[in-house]
Structures are given as structure tokens and as C-alpha cells.
Design a binder for this molecule. Structure first.
Ligand SMILES: [Zn+2]
Ligand SMILES: [Zn+2]
Ligand SMILES: [Zn+2]
Ligand SMILES: [Zn+2]
Length: 353
């Protein structure tokens, strides 16, 4: 009798998302105030535990100390790329075919790119390519060649079609062409478009007819921009674009390390899409395709539809603070999870807008 009482008591103080146990209800309430659990977190398909990132979910399933029952089922019919659990071994085979991408899809194009100078399909319109991805390749400037200067840029649409590609002539003299990784030679930049022209073209294309300061919502004409380390790329291009329109695979919490540091794009592609990129000379088109595919995979996740899904939205501001401590302490862990909201913009929300 006593035993049963104890176990139900500790069950009461157990987080409904990450399953952490607390001695006292007030500690669980405190945990909920700061954890921003939501339906948008990566979740174990077996025990339904929420994880902050796919990496911590991976550890939960196949790390050095996995949860035994989950590991057993995962090894039988879990996809090691997207970490979904399938209904049978057969279903896993069928799924794995689609889940695994290959580099060869774009390698033909990549080779043609080598001789490609300017490709410009940048048009202001109101309906095409709501989502575009961008990647740059940098050469070195400054006395020691460590200053990154954009020398090549590529933009693609969501069907992996090139919208824009060009070599770029930087403002400053190039002191290191970094040929082994960029494949860029001085003659490629000699007659290339100057940076200010590239900057203007890309800026106008992204804003799509709207002044940059007016882009305040996700439902305007401005385009969603996908990339890896976009702040660095945009800075080198001197393009200004609002954070809320950026989808950065280096800064998206579900794709980050457990330590909250960024993963490299090369690692992300191998771990989540199953193929290698950036072997030898790197092509910005390949990086564009990589980030676009990752974005699409993240966006296609099906999550519970919530009203006002972000903790930062005004309706949710101080979601937990609005409640009295005593009221929260009376709530069940499930109810608290129900009112809890994410502190990041889940990319699944882009598909509904
Ligand atoms: Zn928790
Ligand atoms: Zn979501
Ligand atoms: Zn589990
Ligand atoms: Zn998969």
C-alpha cells in the first residue's frame, strides 16, 4: 500500500516531456518555467520522451547508455537517419530508400558548374520560390589571408534549380585563393561581378519588392532564406535580412549538438541524409542543395497544431508567469506540458503559412 502511494507520488512530480523526476512539485514547476517543452521537440517514437535535439534523441536510442527497451525496438525497425520508428522491418526497408539521399543526384550539375560563369534567374515576383537557399565560398584577404571574402555565391529554389550563380570580385585584394577547397583561380575573379552588384541583386531578390524594414511577418512577399551559418554569409555579401526570415541549419536547436554548439554541414548531411559532401573542391551549389534538403526534411515533420506555438508570441508571453505558483502546483504534469510552448520557431510551421 505504502509502496503504491510512493510511486504515484513521484509520478506526480515527473515531467511529462523529458521524464525527469522531482522530489517536490514546486521543482517540477520551476523546471517547466525554463524548459520550453512543446510538441515541436524531437520525440522518441517508442517511449514518447521529448529531447532537446535529434542528437540527444540519437543518444537515447543508440548512444553509449541507451534506454534498453527503446534501443531494442529501434535496432529492429528504426531509421538511423531521421530516427523514426517504422511499423515493421519491411516498412523500414521501403522508408530507408526514400530517406537516404545521394550525392549523385546533383553531381552532373556540379561538374557543369565548374565552367559556369554567371547564371542569373533572379526575378521579382509574388508567387515563385518562397523558399531559397544560399551558400558562399570564401577566399582569404588581409595580410595573413585569414579574412573571409566572398568569391562565389549560389542561390537555388526548393526544387534544387539554380536561381543565381556567380563569381564575385571582392572589394579588397585577395591574398589567399584557398585553391584546394575553393577551386578558385585569379582569372575567375578578374571579370567577375563586383560585390556591390551581387549584394544589390541578392538583396532585391530576397525582399521581393518589399523594403527590408517592412518585412515584419512571415506572410509578406519576402522570401524565406535557408543556409548554414547565414549570418557570416550575409555579412560577407553585405546583405541585410531580418532574422525571422532565416532558417539556419547551424543555429536550429533540433540540429545542434547536445552541448548547444553547431554541427558542421558535412556532419549533418552524413548523419541526417546519409551522404558525404565537401570532398575536395567545394561547390556552393552542393551546399545549397544540402541545406535545402535538411530544411525540407525538418519542415515536413508533423507536429500537433497549437494555437500560438511560440513562447515568445505576445499571447504566450510569461505563459507560466501568468499562473500563480499554487495553481501550477495543482496542475498535472500533462496539463503543464499542454500549456508550455517552444522558444524557437519550428520549421514545420512554415508549411502551414
Ligand atoms: Zn522536462
Ligand atoms: Zn513543429
Ligand atoms: Zn524512448
Ligand atoms: Zn528515415
Amino acid at each position: 500500500m505504502d509502496n503504491r502511494y510512493e510511486s504515484s507520488e513521484s509520478q506526480r512530480n515527473k515531467c511529462a516531456a523529458c521524464y525527469r523526476q522531482f522530489n517536490k512539485m514546486e521543482h517540477l514547476v520551476e523546471h517547466m518555467r525554463t524548459s520550453y517543452h512543446s510538441a515541436h521537440e524531437p520525440m522518441c517514437g517508442i517511449c514518447k520522451k521529448h529531447c532537446r535535439s535529434f542528437e540527444s534523441l540519437r543518444e537515447h536510442l543508440i548512444g553509449p547508455l541507451p534506454k534498453v527497451e527503446c534501443e531494442r525496438i529501434f535496432k529492429e525497425r528504426g531509421c538511423d537517419l531521421c530516427l523514426t520508428i517504422l511499423s515493421s522491418r519491411n516498412a523500414l526497408y521501403v522508408h530507408r530508400e526514400k530517406c537516404q539521399f545521394s550525392r549523385s543526384n546533383n553531381i552532373g550539375l556540379t561538374h557543369r558548374m565548374a565552367n559556369l560563369g554567371i547564371q542569373d534567374d533572379l526575378k521579382i515576383d509574388n508567387n515563385r520560390a518562397k523558399v531559397v537557399s544560399l551558400a558562399c565560398k570564401m577566399v582569404g584577404g588581409g595580410s595573413d589571408g585569414s579574412l573571409d571574402l566572398c568569391a562565389r555565391v549560389c542561390l537555388i529554389d526548393e526544387y534544387e534549380k539554380i536561381i543565381f550563380h556567380t563569381y564575385v570580385k571582392p572589394h579588397l585584394p585577395v591574398t589567399n585563393y584557398r585553391y584546394e577547397t575553393t577551386g578558385i583561380r585569379p582569372e575567375f575573379l578578374r571579370d567577375a561581378l563586383p560585390l556591390w552588384q551581387v549584394q544589390k541583386k541578392i538583396q532585391d531578390y530576397l525582399c521581393n519588392g518589399e523594403p527590408v524594414w517592412q518585412i515584419r511577418s512571415r506572410c509578406g512577399k519576402g522570401r524565406i532564406l535557408v543556409g548554414h551559418g547565414l549570418d557570416h554569409d550575409l555579412k560577407s555579401l553585405e546583405v541585410e535580412y531580418p532574422q525571422m526570415m532565416l532558417r539556419d541549419t547551424a543555429k536550429y536547436p533540433p540540429l545542434m549538438k547536445t552541448s548547444k554548439l553547431s554541427n558542421s554541414l558535412k556532419y549533418l548531411m552524413k548523419a541526417y541524409l546519409g551522404y558525404d559532401i565537401q570532398i575536395g573542391i567545394q561547390d556552393p551549389y552542393e551546399d545549397c542543395v544540402a541545406t535545402m534538403r535538411l530544411y525540407m526534411r525538418m519542415r515536413s515533420q508533423r507536429h500537433k497544431v497549437e494555437e500560438y506555438p511560440l513562447a515568445s508570441e505576445p499571447q504566450n508571453r510569461n505563459n507560466f508567469a501568468a499562473w500563480r505558483q499554487s495553481e501550477l502546483e495543482k496542475m498535472s504534469p500533462e496539463k503543464m506540458l499542454d500549456i508550455s510552448r517552444s522558444d524557437y520557431h519550428c520549421w514545420c510551421l512554415d508549411s502551414s503559412s
